[in-house]
Design a protein around this ligand. Structure first.
Ligand code: UAG
Ligand code: ATP
Ligand code: API
Ligand code: MG
Length: 493
């Protein structure tokens, strides 16, 4: 694409000096580390670095055009815009030739359940012989090929680049996690979603959003962005909303699209009744506009019934027959690190779960309480450089819903691990909870002490294979640690 064509796609701008020599744009980037000759560099004022200060460096590496929102002095033309993040999202969409318009785009937002729901959606469409793509916390995935990701929802350029690669590989349906932070930072501006799903809203990320109202507003942006137009195939846009959550009910006002509601309340268009949780699965009656089918799924917990309903509704919205969706959902065994059982021949059940919010932890523990026969150990910590308000709440939930809580570290990042643990203990001042700053030790102690019939929940890190201390990522895997500790116990046959 010619630089002039790219610039012309921006409606409001000032180019200084005018672009007299046109050139083929080789790359659109916001990162000097990627710049190569023929690149267009966009200056983003970040949390640590101001990209405007790096424009000269970008030019030295071969950038031939800079996009900026404040004055800079460089030897190449500069496109001045009011907001470089907005320009970046628009330019990325144009540069990659609007890939989201060529695929069915399903965006999933909500505090908990996004990774699980996107994986369930992926499974359903795969069973329809569709080529699928997935973007989320664990990876970006094109068919079976996985690519690493720094964020649940990547920056606008990475997202559009990934979507373009998906389109070029023949992907038909994309399931994508859309985080609240991404919505506020404009990482998904320009994406043409067909279906938007809301799972739930409970406390998280208040370090970023400050209030729950602002956090809800961020999530609402996805439904405002959805619009109400037909997509390429003449299909209507659909908002899939959990109306058991008051925020989900509120979101009906933010969308002009068709609305499909789900929940455990019988008023929801798609609802579940008679939920029974077992240690190896969950059963319920699924009602779809009053048509009832008994469903037996391998996923455990009421929260997973919600996830299943969300995925069901997203698939139903695009016309997949009810029975086929149910068949796909009944065979799903689970997502890595989400209520995942660690193989054990000791009589002690160990579950690794990515519950890192008060609501996630409560759901995980309540699910275990439904089937546990004896003690419940709960090894839990709270992330550093993240919402501090979660700490006393998660601690209290651990103490109230498990008989043997143990507090430990979970990615302390640049904070003092002892201070994070003190914030947790402040939520349960007199409970006398054992504290092991070293997560390895915490897991080892829990499993060493647990007796046959007990359940050990290791919460917070799920699929993560690292512990971030300072700015360094050290290899650490809860499942691996649990297996090592289990191997030291007598086996029961
Ligand atoms: C707070 C936040 O969102 N930060 C994001 C932000 O980083 P930043 O503002 O610190 O970037 P910066 O280092 O100051 O750099 C500013 C600009 O200079 C550029 N730069 C920087 C250095 C350099 O040498 N050259 C250069 O050009 C950068 O490319 C950037 O354009 O921009 C980066 C690139 O897009 C993101 O990866 C980064 O996410 C960090 C890793 C992060 O932890 N974000 C979390 C809070 C987050 O976004 N989480 C959500 C929700 C997760 C969930 O609930 O599932 C997510 O979607 O992941
Ligand atoms: N529908 C749900 N309601 C409440 N809690 C849930 C739900 N689904 C999952 N959880 C809990 O939250 C944890 C994280 O689930 P999942 O990874 O699917 O959510 P997520 O929204 O992708 O999280 P993240 O924002 O960190 O990417 C699970 O391990 C489980 O404990
Ligand atoms: N997407 C979440 C993941 C938290 C996972 C937990 N292990 C932690 O580090 O707090 C976040 O970045 O806040
Ligand atoms: Mg996720």
């Amino acid at each position: 694409m010619k630089a002039s064509e790219l610039i012309n796609s921006l409606k409001f701008k000032r180019v200084e000096p005018a672009l007299t020599t046109d050139f083929d744009v080789t790359l659109l980037t916001q990162d000097t580390r990627e710049v190569k000759p023929g690149a267009v560099f966009i200056c983003v004022d970040g949390y640590h670095v101001d990209g405007h200060d790096l424009a000269g460096q970008a030019v030295e590496k071969g950038a031939q055009l800079i996009v900026a929102q404040k004055p800079i002095d460089v030897a190449v033309p500069v496109v001045y815009v009011a907001n470089t993040e907005r320009a970046m999202a628009m330019l990325a969409d144009v540069f990659y030739d609007a890939p989201s318009q060529k695929m069915r785009m399903i965006g999933v937002t909500g505090t908990n359940g996004k990774t699980t729901v996107t994986h369930l959606i992926e499974q359903i469409y795969r069973d329809q012989q569709q080529v699928t793509g997935l973007i989320g916390t664990m990876y970006r995935k094109i068919k079976d090929q996985k690519y690493p990701t720094a964020n649940t929802t990547p920056d606008a350029i990475t997202t559009q680049r990934t979507l373009a690669a998906m389109r070029d590989t023949g992907v038909q349906t994309v399931a994508m996690e859309v985080s609240s932070i991404a919505l506020v930072l404009g990482r998904v501006w320009g994406i043409d979603y067909d279906i938007a799903v809301f799972t739930n809203l409970t406390q998280d990320h208040l370090d970023f959003h400050k209030t729950m109202a602002k956090y809800a507003e961020a999530k609402a942006m996805l439904f405002a962005q959805l619009g109400n137009k037909y997509d390429q195939n003449g299909t209507h846009k659909v908002a899939v909303l959990n109306t058991d959550d008051p925020v989900g009910r509120e979101f009906e006002q933010y969308t002009a699209a068709h609305v499909l509601t789900f929940g455990l309340n019988p008023d929801a268009m798609i609802n579940a009744q008679n939920v029974h949780i077992h240690s190896h699965g969950t059963e319920f009656d699924l009602s779809v506009f009053g048509h009832v089918t008994h469903v037996t799924m391998k996923l455990i917990g009421e929260f997973n019934v919600y996830n299943m309903l969300a995925a069901f509704a997203a698939a139903y919205a695009s016309g997949i027959p009810e029975a086929q969706i149910i068949a796909s959902l009944e065979k799903v065994t689970g997502v890595k690190g989400r209520f995942q059982a660690v193989p054990s021949h000791t009589g002690v059940s160990v579950i690794v779960d990515y519950s890192h919010t008060p609501d996630g932890l409560l759901n995980a523990l309540e699910t275990i309480q439904d089937f546990a026969q004896k003690d419940i150990y709960c090894v839990v910590g709270c992330g550093g450089d993240r919402d501090k308000g979660k700490r006393p709440k998660m601690a209290k939930i651990a103490v109230e819903h498990s008989s043997k809580p143990i507090f430990t570290s979970d990615n302390p990042r640049t904070e003092d691990p002892t201070a994070i643990l003190q914030d947790m203990v402040a939520g349960v001042p007199d409970a006398g909870v054992p504290v092991y700053e070293d997560r390895h030790e915490a897991i080892a102690k829990a499993i060493e002490q647990a007796q046959p019939g007990d359940v050990v929940l290791i919460a917070g890190k799920g699929h993560e294979d690292y512990q971030i201390i300072g700015r360094t990522k050290h290899h650490f895997d809860d499942s691996e640690e649990a297996s090592k500790a289990l191997a030291l116990k007598p086996t029961l046959d």
